[in-house]
Design a binder for this molecule. Sequence first.
Ligand SMILES: C[S@@+](CC[C@H](N)C(=O)[O-])C[C@H]1O[C@@H](n2cnc3c(N)ncnc32)[C@H](O)[C@@H]1O
Length: 208
Amino acid sequence: MADGFDDARAFWDARYATDEYVFGREPNRFLVSQRAMFTPGAAVLDVATGEGRNALWLAQLGCRVTGIDVSPLGLAKARRMAAEAGVNVEFEQVDVRNWHWPEERFDAIVTIFIQFAAPDDRSRVFDGMKRALRPGGVIVMQGYTPRQLEYRTGGPPQAEHMYTEALLREAFSDMEILHLREYEDVLAEGSKHVGRSALIDMVARKRG
Ligand SMILES: C[S@@+](CC[C@H](N)C(=O)[O-])C[C@H]1O[C@@H](n2cnc3c(N)ncnc32)[C@H](O)[C@@H]1O
């Protein structure tokens, strides 16, 4: 478990083995800014849902949410928070690097800080997300740019795991990119995403 990518489950279980919600209980700010993308009743997949803060918010909007993650401990905390809020979210433990992505099942896919994926895994995960989206469905994504390595306020230390506008434009060239922006902002998400951060946001729609 040297770097957390060979044994993702053990790495993330260790990180989540605390009562604290390490990325906070509030939804990600960029996700909230995209509220109009999520209509009540829509089927939404939250990729790498972690402790479930974003999945919970989506379910509270009335979406039918599936949250997937490799960490059973993270998912246990996510289930607890959803139960406390009295909302229903389908949680499933999967390794997204090997998951059999369903075909055209979701109206929206949310992917907030999945910088664990190295380039090869990342392209498979991106292909899986595209496969799982219905035509007209959207991907809502936030990640870090390589500049984040200077800030060290969240995310892994590998530049090749980060995104740039050019990388995302190329990776999603078969989709309609509705929004793509690199910028810097101060994050305050629990204890693990805190301080000035080099961010990139994308919203893209599957053609069809
Ligand atoms: C930085 S956290 C983000 C969690 C959540 N999206 C959020 O914004 O609060 C990254 C998440 O990726 C999950 N993860 C890491 N490797 C994974 C894999 N191979 N398959 C599925 N999930 C994975 C971790 O368990 C962790 O919950």
